[in-house]
Design a protein. Sequence first.
Lengths: 183, 432
Amino acid sequence: MKSLIKILVVAVVFVSVSCKKDSAPNYQFMPNMYESEGYETYGEAAFPNGLEAQLPAEGSVARGYIPFDIDNTTAGYELAKTTLVSTLDSTQVDLDRGKALYDIYCGICHGNKGDGQGKLVKREKILGIPSYDDAGRAITVGSIYHTIYYGKNAMGSYANQLNEEERWQVVAYVLKLKSDLEK
Amino acid sequence: MEKVIHRKLGKNILHLGLIILLAFTTSLSAQEGDPAKGKALFNANCAACHQLDKKMTGPALRHVEQRLSDDQGLDRDWIYAWIRNSAGVIKSGDAYANKVYNEYAGAAMTAFPQLSDDDLNNILAYTAEEKAAPVAAVASTESTTAKSSEGGISNELILGALAILFILLAVGLYVVNKTLRRFALAQNIELTEATQRTPLWKAFVKNQFLMLVTAIFFLLASAYFAFGYFMQIGIDQGYEPVQPIHYSHRIHAGDNGIDCKYCHSSARVSKTSGIPSLNVCMNCHKSIYEVAPETLAEGKAIGVDYNAEIQKLYAAVGWDDAEQKYTGDSQPVKWVRIHNLPDFVYFNHSQHVSVAGVECQTCHGPVEEMEVMYQHAPLTMGWCIECHRTTNVNVEDNAYYTKIHEELSKKYGVDKLTAAQMGGLECGKCHY
C-alpha cells in the first residue's frame, strides 16, 4: 500500500512534467516578480490603439534631429542630386563602419561590390538592381542620400534602420564602391 | 539513271529548304531579336520596376509593343525614344507619354541610353512571348507528392512483411512445440511439470530488508524528479509559440542570407533587439509577392502556404498588390514574444552586439535553420554567468581603456580578461 502511494506520486510528477507544452510558456514561481508593472517594449498598453509602441506626438522633434527639407518627389530627387552634400567631413568618414552597415542593409540586393549582384539577385528573388556605375542613373552624393532616406521605385526607405550619421557613412562607402567599379 | 536523278532532286530540295530556313531565321533575328538574350537584359535593367504580367512601379509589359501599336498607334521608334530618355519624350509634349507619366503618379523612368537597338529588340522580343503555362510548378509538386507517398508505401510494405514474418515464426514455434510434445507422449517420456512455488512478489513483500531498500529507492527517485520539475519552472527553453504570420527564419536568414541586423536593426543601438516594423518586410516583399514554386512545394510539405502568409503581411500593412499602393488601412501584427527575461533582470542588446561583438547565434542558437522560431538557450542566471566567465573580452585597439585593462590583467595575473573579471559578475550590473 505504501509503495503504491509512492508510485502514484512519481506518476503524478511524471505527468505534470510531460504536460509542459512547447507552444505555451512555462509556469513561473512568482509571476509578479517576472511580469513588468510598466509597459514592456512592443507590449499592449492602455492607449487608444492598444499598443505600447506609439508614434511621437505630432510636431515633436527628437533631440539632435535635423529635419530633411527635400521632398520625396522626382523634383526633390533631382534637387538632392545636384545640391545636397554630405554633412561629414573627410575626418569623420569611417569607411569600415560604412562597409559594415552597407553589407548588412544594402549588400543583400546591391551586392557587396555594388555591382547589383547581391545574394537576392543571384537567387532571382529580386531583379533589376542596377550597378552603381550605371550611366543612365549617374548617382551622386545627394541622390544616394535621397534614395536611402525615401527609397526609390521598388526600394524602400532605410531611414528607420540607419540614423542620419550612419546614412552618410553608407553614402561615403557607396561612392567608394562606385569609383572602384568605374576604374 | 532514274535513281541518281531522284537522289539529286532530294538533295536540291534539302538545299532549298535550308536556304529558306536560313533566310527566315536571319530575317527573324534582324527584326524580332532574341527572347533569351532579352530576358537577361530585362532582368538586369527593367525588372526593378516592371514585370511581364503584373503592375509594379511601372506597367506590366507583356505584348507592350503590340498594345502600343494597336491602341495608341505608336511604333517601335517611339519605344526606343521612351526607353532611352523618357523625360525627354514627356517634355516634348507627347500626349501618351504624359498620360502614362501622370497615371503612375509622376514616377520617372530611368533613362537607358546605353541600350542599343539590338538590345531593345531583344527585350521587346522577350516581352512579346506568350505566357508560359505553369507546367514546371505543377510537375514539381506532383513529383514531390509522388515521392513522399512512395516512401510511405515502401515503409508500410517493409513493416507488413516483418509482421507476417513474425507471425510465421510464432506459428512455427507453436507447431514445433506441439509435435515434440506429441512425440514425447508417443514414446512415453515423462514431461516435468513446473512445481508450485510461492510467487515472487509475495516473497518480496515478506522480506523487510528488501522493502526498506525499495522504499528508500522510491523516495530518492521521487525527490530527484520533484527537484528536476521545480528547477525547470520559469525556464522557457524550447518555447515555440505559433506566430500570427508564419515567418520562416530558415528561408530569410538561412537560404537568402539576410543579416539578422537587417530586420532587427535596433539590436545594434538599443536595449531591445526590436521586432521589425512591417515597412522593413515591405522593402523586399513589395517586389516578392509570391515565393518560388520550389519554396512553395517545400512549404506545402510541412503544411504551410508561404504565399498565403505573404498575403497576411499585405493585409496587415495595408498594401494593395494589384494597384501597387498602400490603402492606409493597417493593423498591428500580434507577434508572440519568445525571449523574455524576468522584470528584475536588465539586459542590453547593443552592449552585447555592438560593444562585445557577440554573434546573435551565441544566445539565440541556429536561427538560420529554424523554420519556426524557438528559444534556444535557457536564459537562466547560471547560463549568463557561465558565458561571462569563459568569454575573453577583445581589449585590443581600445586606447581609451588601455590603462585599466593593463591594471586588471596584472591584478588577476592573466593575459586575456574575461567578462567576469571586468565586473561581469557584479550583482548591480544586471539587477537594480
